[in-house]
Design a protein around this ligand. Sequence first.
Ligand SMILES: [Fe+2]
Length: 289
Amino acid sequence: MKFVQVTDLHLVPHGGPLFDTDPVERLRLCLADITVHHGDAEFVVFTGDLAHHGEVGAYEILRRELESFPIPVYFTLGNHDDRRNFRTVFPEAATDPHGFLQVALDTPRARVILADTKDDRAGIHSGVLCRRRLDWIAEAIDNAGGRPVLIGMHHPPMLIGFDAGVDVISLIEPERIWAILETRPQVRHLFFGHVHRPVAGSWRGVSFSMSYGTNHQAALNIWGARNKGRRGPAEYVVFLVDQEGNVAAHFHDYLYAYPEIAQDGMDGGPIPLSERALSSEELDALSPS
Ligand SMILES: [Fe+2]
């Protein structure tokens, strides 16, 4: 099973530049690349910061760019978004019964849950999961029918060593979501927006991934005294889930057409399994040649 994550578009109205890059052009290239190379994806999930200042005009651009996109799309929100303006432009976007941008997406191999960590209080950039959202998430995990579960949200609950960056605006009260996860081992992977860098690791044993997003980036600023940004690649993430529920996350920088190269020594392709198969005894007897 394949699905794609796109995050942190930071669109601005009228297609204007943001931090000297063009977020609309980068989104357009992103959607085109996904269409050409991953048209077989089950869906594309957008994990927040769709707009930089949350204006209606920015969401209208997103709607326009998605008009002819052939793959189903689902959204949750980030700290830069405005819930009311988003709903004005996307009134049909899937929500939970309380109106939060939370949805459970089912495939035969896995359930993918989008959780809405947007704090609607003005000027607050950290994330929050209130009791209603947490209860819905717990129920969505429990109703996965035994399938493995992946959860995507904007704000990570864990710290990543960015002392002056996202660590000070991460998910508040992470113990509340952990209380749900720790008793539900069917949750195999967590993925996030917000960070603007590719980061992978585990949180109390649960694997997670984060991505550059499509517009601007956070600089690598571990234990830094102040937040730093930069311009650079743009990427989306292709998730594969196999029949055992194992997860692979492929980070793809789609902005530049890197040339392909011949792989010396691999030109003839792999040796067929029938020619390299060994018994357990033969494998254990292998020694350096
Ligand atoms: Fe962002």
